[in-house]
Design a protein around this ligand. Structure first.
Ligand code: GDP
Length: 477
């Protein structure tokens, strides 16, 4: 980590004597062979115009990942999410499946909701279920770059058929490239009509096998526990086609599926292991937090010593509560884990701070080039209604394929604090035509870094906006 003065000089291409001189100016005597710590090196390097990113590089190296070789890979259980329209029986199905677990039948214990559970079937095969039904959690995870689901079970009530959320679920599963197994539920009901459900779904592209398609269908009653075993068989069949594999013999990596702050136990989170085997005592980083596995529990509160691929475990030992969707990576030691977590937290803060920089007409150019903005948001205030309307019209006409002007508020009279707050929250600029801000608004604009531009000639205002926008137009291909 530390570097010798001579090496530093070489790295920067300056004379060692110049560096030593610089140290003297800073009040320290050093020799050419002396080792200096990274912080001091960075300060001196900055004096020579160098930015030392040593720390960042090191932390990124800590996270470097080598994918497993084919020989390391072993088959693993599938991870399943249940989706479907409200009241079609997702929760009832998850409960019914949980009760089929042969292990828990022997061991007893009260099940708790920890976000996911694994069932072992009679023949020893296993399936992991995400215990939060619906596509919201699924999509939230995906938005965070996490995909843990291998198969979606789409629950459709046989007496109700395809509904809005059924279609949404299909869209979400398709967008994620995850295969769908259909469970036609509530077949115990007299008004159940599974054939109608099949034809509705076939129209949406989910053609049953016996109709020449490749979608697996089970007809079940979650409430009466009919057809549950068949459904589980179909899930395993679908999983077989996916040839799911993971390397069990390496440090664990996974995803947080649920987390909370427990009054007695502190931060607690459920992780689905995606690769490797997690052991008690393992140090880890998770999103911007870190820790050491103090205890691992399954959904019956039983303590586990280790957990392999596709296993959900509730973990104690986080420094702070992580977020659902965060990655979970076992690190060589806790100090390194902490370093990476702090580095990530810093980067996140920087990204947030950068985001907070409000837009200005001048800066619009860069932002558009970087693809950060696609529209110019404007809060428009004018002295009279006629002018206001004329301005709105002209500004909106400036829209091109790449940029449009979005007037998020327009009104008559002075620029007020509320105008500034709106602009601040929306990254908009404020344009005043023949009007001024109140003194409070002026102060607030300075604090919030909101740009206010003043005009008294219409054509000048339009000119400026046009210039800013045309400077930004992406080159046409
Ligand atoms: P979710 O909103 O999709 O989670 O649906 P729930 O599991 O909460 O079920 C909604 C209602 O349908 C409840 O009153 C369940 O008892 C009922 N239900 C679920 N499955 C069946 C079933 O197979 N047959 C019948 N008759 N009712 C069911």
């Amino acid at each position: 980590e530390s570097i010798q003065v001579g090496e530093l000089a070489k790295a920067m291409g300056v004379k060692a004597s110049d560096i030593i001189k610089k140290f003297m100016e800073l009040g320290t005597m050093v020799t050419i062979n002396q080792s200096i710590d990274p912080e001091t090196a960075a300060i001196v390097a900055a004096e020579f115009g160098y930015e030392v990113e040593q720390a960042a590089i090191e932390e990124e190296q800590l996270l470097e990942y080598t994918p497993p070789s084919p020989e390391e890979l072993k088959p693993r259980p599938p991870v399943v999410t249940v989706m479907g329209h409200v009241d079609h029986g997702k929760t009832t199905l998850l409960d019914a499946i949980r009760e089929t677990d042969v292990v828990s039948k022997e061991a007893g214990g009260i099940t708790q909701h920890i976000g996911a559970y694994k069932v072992k079937l009679k023949d020893g095969q296993e399936i992991t279920f995400i215990d939060t039904p619906g596509h919201e959690a699924f999509t939230h995870m995906r938005a965070r770059g996490a995909q843990v689901t291998d198969i979606v079970v789409l629950v459709v009530a046989a007496d109700d058929g395809v509904m809005d959320q059924t279609k949404e679920a299909i869209d979400h599963a398709r967008a994620a490239g995850v295969p769908i197994v259909v469970a036609i539920n509530k077949i115990d009901k007299p008004e159940a009509n599974p054939e109608r459900v099949k034809s509705e779904l076939a129209e949406l592209g989910l053609v049953p096998e016996d109709w020449g398609g490749d979608t697996l269908y089970a007809e079940i009653s979650a409430k009466k526990k009919i057809g549950i075993d068949d459904l589980l068989e179909l899930i395993l069949l679908q999983a077989e086609m996916l040839e799911l594999k993971a390397a069990p013999d390496r440090p664990a990596r996974g995803r947080i599926v649920e987390s909370r702050l427990d009054k007695g136990r502190g931060p607690v989170a459920t992780v689905i292991i995606q690769e490797g085997t997690l052991k008690e005592g393992d140090p880890f980083v998770a999103g911007i937090t870190y820790g050491r596995v103090r205890a691992m529990l399954d959904e019956r509160g039983r303590r586990l010593k280790k957990a392999g691929p596709a296993t959900p475990v509730e973990i104690l030992g986080f420094h702070e509560v992580p977020q659902a969707g965060d990655d979970f990576i076992v690190m060589p030691d806790e100090q390194k884990a902490r370093k990476v977590a702090e580095y990530r937290a810093r980067k996140q803060r920087e990204a947030e701070a950068a985001k907070e920089t409000k837009i200005s007409l001048d800066k619009l150019f860069e932002k558009l080039k970087e693809g950060e903005v696609k529209e110019l948001k404007v809060v428009l205030k004018a002295d009279v209604q006629g002018t206001l309307e004329a301005l709105q019209d002209s500004l909106q006409k400036l829209a091109t394929d790449e940029v449009r002007v979005n007037i998020i508020r327009s009104g008559i009279g002075a620029i007020t604090e509320s105008d500034i707050m709106l602009a601040s929250a929306s990254n908009a600029i404020v344009i005043g035509f023949n009007v001024r801000p109140t003194s409070q608004a002026k102060r607030l604009a300075e604090e919030e870094k909101v740009e206010i531009r003043f005009y008294d000639v219409i054509y000048k205002l339009i000119e400026d906006v046009k210039k800013a926008m045309s400077g930004l137009l992406e080159p046409e291909i």
